[in-house]
Design a binder for this molecule. Sequence first.
Ligand code: KG4
Ligand code: ZN
Length: 340
Amino acid sequence: MASQNIYILGIESSCDDTAASVIYNGRILSNVVASQKIHEEYGGVVPELASRAHQQNIVPVVSQALKKANIDKSQLSAIAFTQGPGLMGSLLVGTSFAKSLAFGLNIPLIDVNHMQAHILAHFIDEKGFDKPSFPFLAMTISGGHTQIVQVTDYFDMQVIGETIDDAVGEAYDKSGKVLGLGYPAGPEIDRRAQLGNPKAYKFTKPKVNGLDFSFSGLKTAILYFIQKETTANPNFIENNLNDICASIQYTIVGILIDKLKLATKQTGIKKIAIGGGVSANSGIRKALKDGEQKFGWTTYIPKFEFTTDNAAMIAIVGYLKYLNQDFANQNIVASARLKI
Ligand code: KG4
Ligand code: ZN
């Protein structure tokens, strides 16, 4: 099959990033992302604004992806798009665009599950990055998702744990809001955490059975703690910000690693691949590396641009499905709650 010239255009529009990418036989030729800045002033993604911004961005982003890949749209073999999960108004823009383009070019249309794509991003050909062999565990951690998935084959996956309330990225972003940091706060908390004492303050970890996660209690605990301390000392935050960030990070990373330890024990699988924006976190990266020494894990962290929401991951799934001739038809619709 690889002797064929397969060009897939991937389109991602599930949340607040409008993205397009061209992949040629498993190798990324272009990966364009227009991140929407408009949400920063609201401290979170505003669905209606996201949808409107996708409408403005989609044509220029796709043209740029084709231009950077140095191909014409007539050379495309198929169009892959994110069907879900995500915000309905956002998904509709990418879905309608992909359907019309595939129809106009008379080429196959390929539906992609965003959560599967975060995992299959590990199969993009990239120098210096190993691909995991099956079976492996995938932990997807971002502002929208927190899942542990047992991956038996490309399209044979089972969710074995997930958040029952907030996503881990939300725990970062909401804690950051309490501390007066900008949105999204994850990177800034991470930066400061590296300068502070992780044991300065103690936050209790939530007690959730099995492999599921909960982060909403932690967010409330942090809020009450900050309210109490700032009542006693109005300068508490600015005097102790690095220590507070380090303590929050220590707690969150501890929660993630505890669940991974349990997942490896329950499944007997010691290969762990991570994805999603929070996998940029220095604390989680270090803890995973430590796990290699301590527990015999093999860990996989994709290149940063394939970790946050992007269209290269949609294009690689498109390529894998193209090889299976697994196509969608023009009746397909976006699905906000699509499951793995
Ligand atoms: O995957 P992503 O770009 O978008 C989705 O949420 O789907 O992830 C963004 C999330 C935000 O919550 C952001 O605060 C968090 O990832 N994040 C981080 C770091 N970099 C991004 N959280 C902790 N540490 C980081 N270094
Ligand atoms: Zn995502």
